[in-house]
Design a protein around this ligand. Structure first.
Ligand code: DHB
Ligand code: FE
Length: 284
């Protein structure tokens, strides 16, 4: 049987990808950001999974106002890095895991979550920047990745509660897959940031740290937080944080999300317009 061994949470700022791709990681502005991921790179070398289920959001790259799936699961054999306006990032193609993805789609849809099946999709910085932060610049990504896109761009977006419950359904689906795979689930996006309007540049350290504390200790209570609280306190793009609740919901066992071991915790401001938060939680 497959099982979820750990979850990884990280912000996905596009400028981090640009800094890495253009060899600027050592510059004084970026050095502290990349330093925070050095323990994570060592951790993932020792704990490389068989598959990563990567929860992220598309930024009007693969989808647009023409088509807005709330939850979309990538079932293809591969996904190309997207061109977001400056050409595709020079990162490896993302290999999928069609068999596990199709199994999860079957199980989760039968569990009453309406997923959109995606058989062709380019993946933007929401997915590739977290891979770069954890794996650096390899010639090929070390394992297959199932992209799972969540609409947090165009309202109405899903609630934290729905995301958390969806995570529970994904955990159950993985546990029922008939191959002995070690699966990690990653929740990406956030933390506090607002990219437009009079409050552009908003960062809220207290909110972010309290979010990390509660995500670890009491995610079911955190899942009750209404949208308006994210937007008011963490900025309009802070709503990306609901995706972390999908990953956290998938931890633990059938009795609940459990008390995971904190393998790494990191927080840094600023990176571009965003507060960078990062957690690695292991199932015990
Ligand atoms: C930034 C952050 C994001 O999450 C994003 O999608 C785009 C830009 C930023 O901080 O610049
Ligand atoms: Fe974003």
């Amino acid at each position: 049987m497959a099982r979820i061994t750990a979850s990884v949470y990280t912000s996905h700022v596009p400028a981090i990808g640009a800094a890495l791709d253009s060899g600027k990681c050592g510059e004084p502005y970026w050095q502290p950001v990349f330093k925070g991921y050095e323990p994570s790179q060592a951790w993932i070398r020792a704990n490389t999974p068989d598959v990563i289920f990567l929860v992220y959001n598309d930024h009007a790259t693969a989808f647009s106002l023409d088509l807005i799936p709330t939850f979309a699961i990538g079932c293809a054999a591969e996904f190309q890095p997207a061109d977001e306006g400056w050409g595709p990032r020079p990162v490896p193609v993302v290999k999928g895991h069609p068999e596990l993805a199709a199994h999860i789609a079957q199980s989760v849809i039968q569990d009453d979550f309406d997923l959109t099946i995606v058989n062709k999709m380019d993946v933007d910085h929401g997915l590739t920047v977290p891979l770069s932060l954890l794996f650096g610049q390899p010639a090929a990504w070390p394992c297959p990745v199932i992209p799972f896109a969540v609409n947090v761009v165009q309202y109405p977006v899903p609630s934290g509660r729905r995301c958390f419950n969806l995570g529970r359904a994904i955990r159950k689906a993985v546990a029922a897959f008939d191959q002995p795979l070690k699966v990690q689930i990653w929740g990406t996006g956030g933390m506090s940031h607002q990219l437009q309007g009079p409050r552009a540049g908003l960062i809220n350290r207290e909110f972010d740290q309290a979010f990390l504390d509660q995500l670890i200790a009491d995610p079911a209570a955190l899942a009750q937080k209404p949208h308006i609280d994210y937007v008011r306190e963490a900025g309009s793009e802070g709503i990306e944080l609901v995706m972390w609740l999908i990953a956290r919901g998938a931890m633990g066992d059938e009795s609940g999300p459990g008390t995971p071991r904190v393998a790494h915790r990191f927080y840094h401001v600023p990176a571009s317009n965003t507060a960078v938060g990062h957690l690695i939680l292991e199932n015990t």
